[in-house]
Design a protein around this ligand. Sequence first.
Ligand code: RB5
Length: 143
Amino acid sequence: MKIALASDHGGFELKEAIKKHLTEDRKIEVLDLGTDSTASVDYPVYGHKAAHAVADGEADLGIVCCGTGIGISMAANKVKGIRCALCTNEYMAEFTKRHNNANMLAFGGRTTTPDLANRMVDIWLDTEYEGGRHQRRVDQIEE
Ligand code: RB5
């Protein structure tokens, strides 16, 4: 299992906190696609990088962060095959796996604490996709 991580400057510190949690607490390999500081950069560049890593099979899943999580999730969702869910609470993190089989999560570094983001990451990773009637709807997204 490998998870692609990317952020702009607004999500940099949250990305670093998620990277620490994934690598140290969960022993999951990460593919860190930047950015690597709080210097200003453009979030679409990083959203696309992580989304292409997932869509092309370089990583199994992806997590992206910007100031709000909004712009970078919009960018990621432009890549075919990506279902990137902007989550702000545990219920959303659980149900975006159960029902949408989200292959990427997005968070806001200015709206979500590292503790909450890491709890949402854990829930998303530990929840099973339900399939069944939800697969028809996921297929409709792809079509
Ligand atoms: C950057 O200031 C900010 O616009 C960006 O991080 C993000 O919040 C966009 O949606």
